[in-house]
Design a protein around this ligand. Sequence first.
Ligand code: AMP
Ligand code: MG
Length: 428
Amino acid sequence: MADQPSLAEIASCVSGYDPNALPVAQAQEFIARLVPRVQAVEKLAIRSALGRVLAEDIVSPIDVPAHDNSAMDGYALRGAELAAAGDSVFGVAGTGFAGAQFDGAVPAGRCLRIMTGAVMPAGLDTVVPQEFCRLEGDRVIVPAGVVRTGDNRRLAGEDLARGEPALKAGRLLRPADLGMVASLGLAEVPVRRRLRVAFFSTGDELRSIGEPLPEGCAYDSNRYTIHAMLTRLGVELLDLGVVRDEPAALEQAFRDAAASADAVITSGGVSVGEADHTKQVMKRLGDVLFWKIAMRPGRPMAIGRIATGDRAAILFGLPGNPVAVMVTFYAFVRDALLAMSGAAVEPLPMLRAASTEAIRKKPGRTEYQRGIVARGPDGAWQVRITGSQGSGILRSMSEANGLVVLHHGQGNVAAGEAVDVLPFDGLV
Ligand code: AMP
Ligand code: MG
């Protein structure tokens, strides 16, 4: 902990840092500099490793495939024996089946009946697919020009050569990766330990499901959205409930969260005009900054470190509005938690879609509008903004299938103009 830079030091490294009008890109850069990576590594059986972060490069201990083998059912032969014109005629020396090595010899002028995946005997370099050949008695007739030397032969080590890195550390393991690890004959993979994330909601007006809803109160929905987004990220969760707006209760919640988790996510209580105690307690317990981010929705946000004993947890104090919670999660928390998990973070892929209508947009802030993307009559992607864009209207998020990202410098969008859309499918 002592060797970690203070928040002020990190701020001094981010060019154009202004906590009161912080562009999204600068906030992302700041957070990337702030977050530490979990170090602990565990070995997992392949089947348990989906979605986990690879801790070390996987180097192939074998050639894959292990031998030259046939890519087709057909006849293996020497390409040099194929006539340039007219038919070539070969006798058949035997059959090579996948998994059962043909151990005879294939003399000159002969071929081997061969199945897909069967080992190519030494000297043979070409496979003629059976549909190109004619059989006459025990002879195989190959017309000229149906294959070239080397066709339909898979070379040993073609997928992966022995000693070559198959997967790089930092990889978020996907189904194909796990299949590839299995193809190397490895039973286990080294992965980083799962990140632990604690979260709670703040606000005296919030009620939990099952409680009566007095005048002026609302059910806590943020904890459910956050729970769902974190579940998709594959982190370990610690749900600390709704915390009352009392210094002692807040302090206890922050201390419990920071003592047991790598990251703490709260929602609510960080806006400018907040009368409640959340900000005060954050300030007292940690090294915390209160930002006004040049974005919509989601302007206020707290970021920092809360130390307990000899460890520190990263704090993400998200705004209270339900849409702002999701947008700030996708804009900042997702990448930060992936980085903390040890993953090599890739920017989320976006679609380009034509806006069906004009959109008003002020340059100088990033706007995330909820949109519905669909194929237009010409087959190209189109996006329509969902109705009201108020940051408290969670329904707009639920109806949408993507976020229209209007970038910092961008101005008004004309109808038909292409915009970037972050599709929800495939998000964490
Ligand atoms: P705040 O940032 O605390 O001022 O909250 C902004 C708005 O979001 C207020 O209308 C809150 O009632 C609402 N809000 C805050 N937290 C939650 C939550 N956990 N679930 C639903 N709405 C919330
Ligand atoms: Mg509040």
